[in-house]
Write a protein that binds this ligand. Sequence first.
Ligand code: HEC
Ligand code: HEC
Length: 344
Amino acid sequence: VRLFLVSILAMMTASAVAADDTALREEANAIFNPLPHAPPTLAGNPFNTDKVELGKLLFFDPRLSSSGAISCSTCHDLAEGGADKLSKSIGHGGQEGRRNAPTVFNSVFNIALFWDGRARTLRQQARGPIESAVEMNNTPEALVATLKGIPAYVEKFSKAFPEQEEPLNYDNVTKALESFQSTLLTPDSPFDRFLRGEDKAMSELQLRGLRQFIGQGCVTCHRGTNVGGNAFFTFGMMIAPEVRVRPVNDHGRMEVSGRSLHDYTFRVASLRNVARTAPYFHSGIIWDLREAVRIMAKSQLNATLTDNDVEEIVAFLGSLSGTLPQVDQPTLPEATKATPKPVE
Ligand code: HEC
Ligand code: HEC
C-alpha cells in the first residue's frame, strides 16, 4: 500500500511539473519566437542559391580589403560563434577598432545593425566594414575593379543576378553578402525545442533560469526571435555601469541621431548563442557571462542577484546555443595577371 501511495504521489508531482511547464511554455511563447530554420524574405533582394554561394565567396575573400589581408571572416569567424573573440577587433594595418564585434549569426532578425543601429539592413551594413579605414579600408570603385579583374567572379555575378546587364557592381556585392548572411541561422537550441513543445528539451536548472529571466524583468528588453536585438535602450537605465564597461567616449545612438536623449543608448544585444560569444558588451572587456549578468541586473534593473539567481540565469542563457550552420571554407576564384594588386 505504501509503495502504491508513493507511486501515486510521484505521478501527481510529475503531472504538476508538466502542467507548470505548459504554463511557462505559453508565457514564453508570448514573449519569444522560436528561431526559424529558413531565412526570411529580404526586401528588394530575392533569394536564389547562386547569390548565396557568391555571397559566401565574398564573405571569405580577403581581396575585399585594400591590403588583400582581411576578409569578413577574419572578424566574424563562423567556426567560433560568428565573432572574433577579441575585446576590440583588429583591422587594417593592425589598427584596433572602438567596439567589440557582434556575431553575424541570426543578425538578419535584428531590428537594425551595429551596436548603435546605424544600418537598417545587412545590405547597408556591409558597406561599413568595406569602407572603414580601420577595418577593410577599401573603396567601392577599387573593390569593383578588383572583382572585375577576376574572371570567375564576372561569371558568378551574372549567374546570381541573371536579369541585369552589368551585374558586377557594388550594390550587388552588398546584396550577395546580405543573402549569404541571411542563411547563417542557428536553430534548434534547447530553448527553441522547448518553445516548440518538446518536453525535457531544457534542464530543470535552465527552466528555473527562464523563470528568473522573465521574473526579474530581463524580458522588458530581451524579447522576440533573437532574445534581444529588437529595441534600443540606455546602457545604464537605472545605474551607470563602470566607466571601463561603458567608456565615456562612446555615446552609442546619440552619435547617430544627434539627440541627447540617446546618450549611451545601444541596441539591446541578442542573447542567441551568448555562451559562445564572449567577451561581452559593446566595450568587450567582460569575459565572464556571470559578471555580464550581474552588470545587467544592476545597471538595467537595479537588482542585486544572488549567486543562485546568476547560476540559473546563466544556465538559461546556455539553452540559447543552437546548431551552428556547417559552412565549409570555400575555394576562392583565382586571380589573373590583370587582377589589381593589393595596396598597403
Ligand atoms: C576588422 C574587423 C571586422 C571586419 C573585417 C568586418 N567586421 Fe563586421 N563588425 C565588426 C565590428 C567591430 C562590428 C561592430 C561595429 C559597431 O557596432 O560599431 C561589426 C558589425 C557587423 C555586423 C552587425 C551585427 C549586428 O548584429 O549588429 C554585421 C552583420 C557584420 N559586421 C558583417 C560583416 C561583413 C559582411 C563584413 C565583410 C564585408 C564584415 N562584417 C567585416 C568587425 C569587423
Ligand atoms: C532596460 C533594458 C534591458 C534590460 C532590463 C536588460 N538588458 Fe541586457 N542588454 C541591454 C542592452 C541595451 C544591452 C547592450 C549593452 C551594451 O553593450 O551597450 C544588453 C546586453 C546584455 C548582455 C551582453 C550580451 C553581449 O553579447 O554582449 C547580456 C548577457 C544581457 N544583456 C543579459 C541580460 C539579463 C540576464 C538581464 C536581466 C537580469 C538583462 N540583460 C536585462 C538591455 C537590457
